[in-house]
Design a protein around this ligand. Sequence first.
Ligand SMILES: O=c1ccn([C@H]2C[C@H](O)[C@@H](COP(=O)(O)OP(=O)(O)OP(=O)(O)O)O2)c(=O)[nH]1
Length: 144
Amino acid sequence: MEKIRIKYFTDKIEKLTYIDGKSDWIDLRASEEVEMKAGEFKLIPLGVAMELPKGYEAHIMPRSSSYKNFGIIQANSCGIVDGSYCGDNDMWRLPAIAMRDTVIHVNDRIAQFRIVENQPQIHFEEVESLGNQDRGGFGSTGIQ
Ligand SMILES: O=c1ccn([C@H]2C[C@H](O)[C@@H](COP(=O)(O)OP(=O)(O)OP(=O)(O)O)O2)c(=O)[nH]1
């Protein structure tokens, strides 16, 4: 079990909960009402700041129902919250593009996150040739 220290910027959203069994991703809620016109971009406040366990980052992804329910797509596809994003004003936000006119209400569950261990430190060793066989990519194995 890991601990996340969490600060709420409002009491208008339900507290975050880890639900065992169904999906261990944790839902994130809009902390303000946000009205968006089709094609508009906004950073939707999620009303929380957190201190993640040492050595972890968080990944924010859409819920599978986010587009159907709210007509928004996540502009960065996957949000990455660094462990160092842990100050009192480091509120999590969702960069969103509206595909239709929409209103996000306070407490709507618009995204989800999980924590992920940081990758190991990496040193790049430059070489002239990698000495391996080419795999081929971008559809090289065909369609069917
Ligand atoms: O969907 C997201 C993505 C990021 N963040 C916060 C946490 C993260 O630690 C910080 C910076 O994110 P990132 O490093 O991905 O953004 P950047 O565009 O490279 O900005 P910066 O210059 O602040 O690093 O913004 C969010 O609240 N939501």
